[in-house]
Design a binder for this molecule. Structure first.
Ligand SMILES: Cc1ncc(COP(=O)(O)O)c(C=O)c1O
Length: 391
């Protein structure tokens, strides 16, 4: 076969997808696996969103939209920011893309030159460093600890900044840790970045999934130097419909739009129409979000107390639908531990290796309580069988 590019050859597959695929293959072969690997809600979206999608089909919305997204959707997104975050944007400052993931990629591509540095608190979502690498940039992780609830220290940001620093990435609530950063910390990080003319990329995709504490919009502290990355996947359970959006200074949004115009021509027209309903039919959408939050919080509490009582230390996160657990009682190497968990206990979790979380694994609780309880029973049996001295 003719050769592939050096960049692509260096790109690792996502470990989340790898473990998810393995868990699903085992399921297909008839093994009763409890997959706590995927980062997607197990709920179906509410009926008004389906109705809007049907309406889009009935009205024959089959054509390309504007590359940056329909005016209708961009106006609905402007409305969301005003209503929920007290942030004022013009539709020209909004871009819609094929998931938050594409928005991020457009943005890294629009800003990074070779060897530019991007500061990212870790454990981090694996796509950040992968996308930075694809754009020729260099990731600079800021390590956080479970005993501090994975909250970073402002001193570490100060120490990590160099003349090459172009972007600081914030993600609160965080994937994979579920950490929600305090308002003062976000303010300090944004002000630090602004004073050094560094971009803030604030990935707010889990904004609506906070169980204790409050969401802080980083853009509120320096809107002209901040790109918000957001989307419909997590709060509205629309992962497969692939709608994300970005909000930021018009020059950056235009640059991202040029790239999108040449790469994908924009997001799916039917899904864009449906997401307008998700954003504008505020009460119905809020009811759905409240229902999912009530379920997530029950699941989080059962999972965190269950794992801790089995000796797998797990901080209680305030948001998203993930926990990070210490798997060292199973095996000191987290990759081995996650394989043992999957192969012997038939519980799928994502090893922390690619998140920079040595010894740990991410469990998603976007699955029913029954599954969580069953997973805990299986882990208990595994630990007993391996004579770990547990329970
Ligand atoms: C932290 C974070 N940001 C962004 C995304 C992108 O989601 P999507 O492309 O489905 O909008 C995800 C999805 O897992 C995520 O966990």
């Amino acid at each position: 076969m003719p050769d592939l590019s050096t960049l692509i050859k260096a790109l690792k597959p996502s470990s989340t997808m790898a473990f998810n695929t393995k868990a699903n293959e085992m399921k297909r072969s008839g093994i009763d696996v409890i997959a706590m690997t995927a980062g997607e809600p197990d709920f179906q979206p509410p009926e008004h969103i389906f109705a809007a999608a049907r309406e889009a089909i009935d009205k024959g919305m089959t054509k390309y939209t504007a590359a940056a997204g329909t005016v209708e959707l961009r106006e609905a997104i402007v409305g969301k920011f005003k209503r929920e975050n007290n942030l004022s944007y013009e539709p020209s400052q909004i871009i819609v893309g094929t998931g938050g993931k594409q928005i991020l990629y457009n943005a890294f591509m629009s800003i990074l030159n070779p060897a530019d540095e991007v500061i990212i608190p870790a454990p981090y979502w694996v796509s950040y460093p992968a996308q930075v690498q694809l754009c020729g940039g260099v990731s600079v992780p800021i390590m956080t600890k479970p005993e501090n609830g994975f909250i970073p220290d402002i001193a570490d940001f100060k120490a990590a900044i160099t003349p090459k620093t172009k972007i600081i990435v914030l993600n609160s609530p965080s994937n994979p840790t579920g950490a929600v950063y305090p308002r003062e910390l976000i303010k300090d990080i944004v002000e630090l970045a602004a004073s050094k003319d560094i971009w803030i990329f604030t990935d707010d995709i889990y904004e609506h999934l906070i169980y204790d504490g409050e969401f802080t919009a980083a853009a509120g502290f320096a809107q002209d130097k901040t790109l918000v990355i957001h989307g419909a996947s997590k709060a509205y359970a629309l992962t497969g419909w692939r709608i994300g959006y970005g909000a930021g200074p018009v020059e950056l949004i235009k640059a991202m739009g040029r790239l999108q115009g040449q790469s994908t021509s924009g997001a799916n027209a039917l899904a864009q129409h449906a997401v307008v309903a998700a954003l504008n039919e505020v009460e119905k959408t809020q009811e759905f979000i409240d229902m999912t939050k009530r379920e997530y919080v029950k699941r989080r509490d059962v999972l965190v107390s269950g794992l801790n009582s089995l000796g797998l230390k797990t901080p209680k996160p305030q948001g998203a639908f993930y926990v990070m657990a210490d798997l060292s009682p199973i095996h000191e190497d987290e990759m081995q531990a996650a394989l043992i968990l999957l192969n012997e206990a038939h519980v799928g979790a994502v090893p922390g290796t690619d998140f920079l979380a040595a010894g740990q694994a991410r469990f998603s609780y976007a699955t029913g309580l029954e599954n969580i309880e069953k997973a805990l029973e299986r882990i208990e049996k595994l630990l007993k069988d391996r004579n770990t001295g547990c329970c």
